[in-house]
Every structure is written in C-alpha cells, then in structure tokens.
Design a protein. Sequence first.
Length: 369
Amino acid sequence: MPIYQTSGFQFEDPSVFADGMTRPDGAFVYGRYSNPTVRSLEEAVAGLEGGVAAVAAASGMGAINMVLLGLLQPGDHVIAQHALYGGTAHMLDDLVERFGLQVSYVAEDDPAAVLAAVRPQTKLLYLETIANPMTQVADLPAMCAAAREAGILTAVDNTFASPILCRPIEHGADIVLHSTTKYLSGHADLLGGMAVFADDALYRKVWSYSCALGATPDPFASWLTLRGMQTLAVRMERHCANARVLATRLAEHPAVAAVHWPGLTTHPSHDLAAKLLSDFNGVLSFDLRGGRPAGERFMSAVRLALLAPSLGGVETLVLHPASTSHRLLDDAQLAQAGIGQGTVRVAVGIEHAEDLWDDLTQALEIADQ
Ligand SMILES: *Cc1c(COP(=O)(O)O)cnc(C)c1O
C-alpha cells in the first residue's frame, strides 16, 4: 500500500464528488473523510478483529472520544468497569461534569452488577479486555451477554490484548477500541487509534461523526502502523514468552511481595484468562517489599529497561504507577485499584529474556538496599 500523502482528491464527475462526502464507501474526497492508506489500515484491523468495518483516529483517545461523543448525548447513562485507562477515566469524569453524562462503575467480571445498574437512559457498557496496571481480565462473554439482555451496546478497549490474544466481537462486543500506538504499530514511533464495529449501521453513524470531529490519522502514521502489523503475531509471541519468564522469576524473588500477571495461577483472573486469551499478555506489575522508596530506587537503577510511559513497542519499559500514570488517585483510590506505593509496571519488550532478567535482578538488588 503506497502512502497517499494528500489532503484531497480531484474529480471529473461532480456527482461522484458529492456522493463521496455522504458515505464511507463512496469515492475518496477529502482526508478528514477517508484516505486510501488509512482505509487499508482500517480494513486490516477490522479483518483481524472480525468486525464489518473500522474507523481510524489520530490516537487511542481520539478513537475513544469519537465513539463516546458520536454515540452518547446529555442525560445518557454509561456503565463502565472500575479499572480504566487513565485517559478514559478522565474523559468520562469530564463528560459527567460538563455534559451531563451519567456513569456507574462495576467490576469487570460482575454481569449481575451490570443488570442491576441498568436504567432507561443506559446506552453503553464500557470494558477493557486487560486492565492497567494490575492486569485484571474482563469476563467478556458474561458481561456482553448482560449488556445484550439489557438492550445496550458494549465497547471493549482491546489495546493490551491485541487481536492476537483476544477478539472481543467473538464474545459479543459491538465496538472494539485500540490505541494502535501500542502493539499494533509496535515500534513506539507514532500515535494512532481505531474503532472496529460489529454492525454496519453503527459504523456509518460513527464514521459520520468522525468526519466532523476531525481526530483524523495521518496517512504516514497509518502506513507505519500497517507495516508494523506485519510482525504483530511474532512480536506478541515474544512479548508473552518474555513476560512469562520475568513473572515466574519475580514471584520467587525475595525483594518482591507479589506479581500481577494473569499467567500465574495466583492471579485472580487466571482461570478466566486461560479461557479467553490465547496467551497471558506482555504487561505485568509487581509490588516491592520496600514500598515507595524501593520503587523509586528501582526506577533509577534499570539500565536495559527504559523508564518511560506507554507499552507495546519492542523495548521494555518500566514505570511507577503511584507517581506517574495513577498520580491523580488518592491513597484510598490507589488501594481500591490494588496499586501500592511499591508497585512497578513492566511493559515487557522483545529483548532476550536473560538480558532482561539480568537487568531486573541488578535493579532489584539496588531497590532492596
Ligand atoms: C494508551 C492507551 C490508550 C490511549 O491511547 P493513545 O494512543 O495514547 O491516545 C487507551 N487505552 C489503553 C488501554 C491504552 O493503553
């Protein structure tokens, strides 16, 4: 697929021009509506997720906002899981405060709570396949079935799993969201987002809204994402295999109080993850016995792993949620999310597992002093 690095397209026939502005499957007219490179990416991700079509966005948050703003109106009610990506949690709070949205929170594996929370104004159930940073797995079949019973849509952020580990539409989701910034593009060199739809009418509605919203992806970033996706399956295998090595060894390490990775039988989501995911994902977190000072020492001691936000690239990244990604939570909210002052998140890359283990063990020694 070439890069169609253009904002617009030229026409011979005025009626083809006019028609292209009204639907996603007409002629390519203007970059905010559609672009051939972007469309190729949309079709590739829709294919991987088993959806009918997809709309790309300039970032994961662009895709999430496109869906929330495109489908909801003031007074509508959303049921969301407690453990949400920070940007999404912030956006929902803002929609509540300034636009009169109502939101109820439930556990990601409690379909009875969904049914109990439903009101006449409820429009959407919002889930994440694997939550950050404690890696709880949502009970997608049961939660989507409850939403269907209640007559509401389900949107699932599948960024952490990628379509290699899980395809939420197969479990009843109506919309699948991605930050393609992460595993799909895979090289930490761009921002991108995607919304995939199980239903054509829903797709057309959100596409129309996306044309007005303008969170449009750049053709070059879309091309890089397509290129990255060619190795997605191979990268995911290595991310997951490395995570298994690190999680298993960290669980035995004297400086570590607990490891959170769904592949461990001690993880509360282990049985569900074994049923729902083809592997146990590349992100893990662990709690240092030494609390926050140990966490801070660990962060400055890593050498191969990088102290950086995000995940899904080839390099291993570590961060301290309590002081960075989850800094806006108070102690009670941190405790409710299961995040301690000594919790470290590791987004495991595709380096050699022994090199990573050497790095983590030397950093653990320093953290433990
Ligand atoms: C990163 C991320 C997002 C936001 O994506 P951006 O590309 O940073 O806008 C949303 N959901 C999850 C689970 C993420 O990890």
